[in-house]
Design a binder for this molecule. Structure first.
Ligand SMILES: [Zn+2]
Length: 110
């Protein structure tokens, strides 16, 4: 499967956290073979935030739910972004609708 750099970078976090599916893992591996930029990103990912890594994996209270909280956090972030996009599209549609109605009313009055 061919993936873009953006997709590869999204998947690298799941890959490195051990949460990626087999398909995602193989897609990332394939992409890293052909893309030096993403290889660099992959090599640096995690080392830029050692504090988080230590918190997640070396905390005494570590259990499987911590792994899922990482995934949940990741999903929530995406949910916020997609919700914001939907709200923006709705706002633009409403604005166009109001503008169109005003134009129509103006035209019918003249
Ligand atoms: Zn790439």
């Amino acid at each position: 499967m061919i993936i873009t750099c953006d997709m590869a970078m999204d998947l690298v976090s799941l890959y490195k956290d051990g949460l990626a599916s087999e398909d995602s893992k193989s897609a990332v591996k394939q992409h890293l073979k052909i893309c030096p930029d993403c290889r660099k990103f992959y090599a640096q990912y995690g080392s830029q935030k050692p504090f988080n890594k230590v918190n997640i994996y070396d905390a005494p209270s570590f259990d499987l739910s911590d792994k899922y909280s990482v995934l949940a956090k990741h999903m929530r972030k995406r949910h916020v972004v997609s919700t914001a996009a939907v709200i923006a599209v709705i706002a633009v549609s409403v604005a166009i609708g109001i503008f169109g109605t005003i134009k129509m009313l103006d035209a019918s009055e003249n």
